[in-house]
Design a protein around this ligand. Structure first.
Ligand SMILES: NC(=O)c1ccc[n+]([C@@H]2O[C@H](COP(=O)([O-])OP(=O)(O)OC[C@H]3O[C@@H](n4cnc5c(N)ncnc54)[C@H](OP(=O)(O)O)[C@@H]3O)[C@@H](O)[C@H]2O)c1
Length: 251
């Protein structure tokens, strides 16, 4: 059993899908969790579920592309729990599906704002807090296999995920030895985000042909890896990118 030992973790994009399951697993392992995404209602519901199961959770509305909201999120986390030890950067967006050459500037900017600048700005705020109290910590970035594969029709999304992988490696060097920085690269996971892919039989057949485990992943498949990297059980991981894709990217 992996223990979080009262560590305080902010999970972005926690209202559903992969982020919600990561928050559940961190809380079940004894972590105190701050649940962040734009809409408060689903976060409040998840916080109630976690507290009913004996955990501790703070729901907090935050757009992770907005610096002032990020600062308010970290301040509220410290006010409630006294500190932050772990950040799971998970909130991402993919507003455009189509040939890369045809993306407009607004969709490009939104994708970069949330998926890359948002991950960086969240990391900077949490790292300043951890370093300010001379503490230790763990940053877990949810990237994607899209960051190291050709990804026709999702090219700009993939570009931001490649950026997340690059940022993970550089920051793991710059922030050691006190702060570990790792990434997870999920394959196709059964969430709202991926429903356009999981409900398209043609796309599903192509992915499954190359997926050794012959199934779409579940959010819990990713959450187990996040718990490992967030906790002391993952204490010698830094700069790592854990692929959680049932073998798809090998095929
Ligand atoms: N599902 C897959 O197949 C797959 C594969 C590889 C990687 N991933 C990655 O896994 C992560 C989670 O994806 P998912 O599939 O769980 O997606 P999801 O079910 O659509 O959940 C996305 C979460 O992000 C939040 N969010 C979106 N924009 C936000 C913003 N600007 N600020 C704050 N929160 C925001 C959403 O809540 P609100 O709408 O309330 O803000 C929601 O909680 C993403 O980084 C994604 O790129 C997913």
């Amino acid at each position: 059993m992996i223990e979080m030992n009262d560590k305080v973790a902010i999970v972005t994009g926690a209202s559903r899908g992969i982020g919600a399951e990561i928050a559940r697993q961190l809380a079940a392992a004894g972590g105190k969790v701050v649940l962040a995404s734009r809409k408060i209602e689903p976060l409040a519901e998840l916080a109630a579920e976690i507290e009913a199961a004996g955990g501790e959770a703070l729901p907090y509305a935050c757009h992770t592309g907005k610096q002032e909201q990020i600062e308010a999120l970290v301040a509220a986390s410290v006010e409630r729990f006294g500190k932050v030890d772990v950040l799971v950067n998970n909130a991402a967006t993919n507003p455009y599906f189509g040939p890369m050459m045809n993306i407009d500037d607004a969709a490009w900017d939104k994708t970069f704002e949330v998926n890359l600048k948002g991950y960086f700005a969240m990391t900077r705020e949490v790292v300043r807090h951890i370093q300010g109290r001379k503490g230790t910590g763990s940053i877990v970035n949810i990237a994607s296999v899209a960051g190291f594969m050709a990804m026709p029709l999702q090219g700009v999304y993939a570009l931001t995920k490649a950026g997340v992988i690059s940022m993970t490696k550089t920051l793991s060097v710059e922030l050691g030895p006190d702060i570990r920085v790792n990434a997870i690269a999920p394959g196709l996971i059964d969430t709202k985000f991926a429903s356009a892919l999981t409900q398209n039989q043609q796309i599903l057949d192509i992915v499954m042909q190359k997926t050794s485990l012959k199934r779409v992943g579940q959010p819990s498949d990713v959450a187990g890896a996040a718990l490992l990297l967030a906790s002391d059980a993952g204490g010698y991981f830094t700069g790592a990118v854990l692929t959680v894709d049932g073998g798809w990217s090998l095929g």
